[in-house]
Ligand binder design. Structure first.
Ligand code: ATR
Length: 282
């Protein structure tokens, strides 16, 4: 197509991202005149890159590690949700005004919705206390979760996330716990859903999992946000134990779909995005 409009991903590294495949396939299918590119941007160059994208009239962009937090100071506006999580993964250029969003939260909410997973008044065990964990916990709270048992290797980080969640949403109990086998057992025995938000199990460490297989019950829902491999060791173990599993492609595609809608105003072709993601990961 002639003169496509620019959307991109900035981060460091970016070469393993499958977002270009997901978005470009969707643009092609719908005949939309956009192109999604990736740019490796070092931290020292972030401000220039953001100003450059604005000057070039980019429609918007995704932001990945390590810029999801530091990008905020270069934006004109940030949604209250992204602000409360403290990280931005999607930026929209609204006539020269750069607005930051976090579509990971809606990505998780829509994952639950699309699969008919009801977390209302349910207890959830969440592994990890980074940016992804904050988005997942926010989504759980939005969906009316009962109690969140937040398990992390570094207890102080879990305490900090729990405190922030509590001040944003005083009615939900978020209980920080240090990662060890006793606490895992304690947390899982009280939970109906387990969500891994750490990078453990990600390629190339495909045989790693934080959860001993024997702790997984067949009535547990086990979700992993790691999408490469699609079936992590945690999900493999969960399947073998008869539990329901949700792989990381769901959150990946649903957050991308939300960003696509923000940039184009067009309903995203979800099925096609899933197919594109799975074939890119195969
Ligand atoms: P993101 O913002 O993408 O969620 P992050 O901030 O690096 O990424 O968070 C990664 C999370 O995975 C952290 O909670 C980290 O635990 P620590 O807070 O103790 O660092 C967790 N994590 C990463 N590797 C881990 C490992 N091998 N064992 C246990 N937890 C791990």
């Amino acid at each position: 197509m002639k003169h496509p409009r620019l959307i991109c991903l900035i981060g460091d590294p970016v070469e393993h991202s499958i977002s270009p495949v997901i978005h470009n396939e969707a643009f092609r299918r719908l005949g939309l005149n956009y192109i999604y590119l990736t740019f490796r941007v070092r931290s020292d160059d972030l401000e220039h890159a953001v100003k450059g994208l604005k000057a070039l009239g980019a429609v918007g962009f995704n932001v990945t590690l390590p810029h999801k937090v530091s990008i905020i100071k270069y934006l004109d506006e940030v949604t209250p949700e992204a602000m409360s999580i403290g990280s931005v993964n999607t930026v929209v250029n609204d006539g020269g005004k750069l607005i930051g969003y976090n579509t990971d939260v809606v990505g998780v909410v829509n994952t639950f919705k699309s699969l008919g997973v009801n977390v209302l008044n349910v207890n959830a065990a969440v592994l990890g206390a980074g940016g992804a964990s904050r988005a997942v916990i926010n989504a759980l709270i939005k969906c009316g979760v009962g109690k969140v048992l937040l398990i992390n290797r570094t207890l102080e980080k879990a305490v900090e996330v729990a405190r922030d969640c509590r001040s944003a949403s005083p009615n939900t109990e978020v209980i920080p716990m240090e990662l060890n086998s006793r606490n895992l057992q304690l947390a899982l025995s009280q939970s109906e859903i387990l969500i891994n938000t750490t990078s453990v199990g990600m390629y190339p460490n495909v045989d790693d999992s934080l959860v001993p297989k024997n702790l997984i019950r067949d009535d547990l829902i086990v979700m992993d946000i790691v999408y490469n491999p699609v079936e992590t060791k945690l999900l493999r173990d969960a399947k073998e134990r008869g539990a329901k599993t949700i792989n990381g492609v769901y959150m990946l595609v649903h957050q991308a779909a939300a960003a696509f809608k923000l940039w184009t105003g067009v309903d995203p072709p979800l099925e096609l995005m899933f197919t594109a993601a799975y074939s890119a990961l195969r």
